[in-house]
Design a binder for this molecule. Structure first.
Ligand SMILES: [Zn+2]
Ligand SMILES: [Zn+2]
Length: 267
């Protein structure tokens, strides 16, 4: 039984899929539970202008509640959000989370200092080493301040949009990675395994097996599974493959969330 805890629909700017299509495909795949985690990113630079990519929270809630009731005998549906965090937008993100009683919040970095990772602007003026270093320090500084989340999304996303032929070994950033994981664990926060790594044909999992193992070794217990799907064909993609790998790493549970509280499901 799979639980897809990272899923987008047309509430996100980068998805055109109606919410109900994602639900129907999840039912076809026999998923036990899904959580919509549509994008909210404050302070995105678009053609030189700073924009806030937010969603209509009331409509989002209304629609999810409608489908929760319509499909209650077939699948459980949770209401989450993926917050793209930047150091100067944290208060806005925090306010939105406090007002909307989400089941689940993913804390993600998509943009740093108004410079986009996904469009690769962030990498332009720096070496791969410097990009990784700045990314990890930025993530650490953000979670030092920002605690309104459940799991860290695609923790090593800096690799995905950098030079894939020159991925730097995690050991180089072992101290930075440890500090991030220790803080998350201390705060009672989790990480997600994001199976988009298979779609992007990355050589490792996201986050890497090193990071997944290290989180566990340091005492971390909270792990969610997410496909980061933006259309039905990507739902629960690669889940079959990750379960045995997580077991090999010593994971015994994965988590679901209810009003920001984790439930532990035996793997
Ligand atoms: Zn993301
Ligand atoms: Zn996402």
């Amino acid at each position: 039984m799979y639980y897809d805890y990272h899923m987008h629909c047309d509430f996100s700017l980068d998805s055109k899929t109606p919410m109900e299509d994602m639900i129907n495909k999840s039912i076809d795949l026999n998923l036990k539970e899904i959580c919509f985690t549509d994008h909210v990113d404050y302070g995105i630079i678009n053609n030189g202008i700073e924009e806030d990519h937010i969603i209509d929270y009331n409509e989002y809630r209304r629609k999810i509640e409608y489908f929760q009731s319509k499909y209650k005998d077939k699948i459980s549906i949770k209401r989450g959000i993926e917050m793209g965090l930047q150091s100067h937008t944290l208060q806005n993100c925090k306010n939105d989370i406090e007002k909307n009683d989400f089941d689940f919040v993913i804390a993600s970095i998509h943009t740093m200092n108004k410079s986009d990772l996904i469009k690769r602007e962030f990498y332009k003026d720096k070496s791969q080493f410097e990009a990784y270093r700045q990314y990890y320090i930025n993530l650490y500084n953000i979670i030092k301040e920002f605690k309104s989340y459940c799991v860290l999304g695609h923790l090593d996303i800096v690799k995905r949009y950098g030079d894939l032929n020159n991925i730097i070994d995690d050991k180089v950033f072992a101290d930075e990675i440890d500090e991030i994981l220790k803080m998350a664990i201390y705060d009672g926060k989790g990480i997600e395994i994001n199976t988009s790594s298979f779609r992007y044909k990355l050589p490792d999992l996201t986050p890497s097996s090193y990071i997944l193992k290290r989180y566990k070794e340091l005492g971390g217990e909270i792990l969610t599974t997410g496909s980061d799907s933006h259309n039905p064909s990507q739902i629960a993609y690669g889940f079959k493959e990750i379960y045995p790998r997580l077991k090999d790493m010593g994971y015994k549970y994965i988590c679901t969330f209810d009003k920001m509280n984790p439930n532990f499901i035996k793997l």
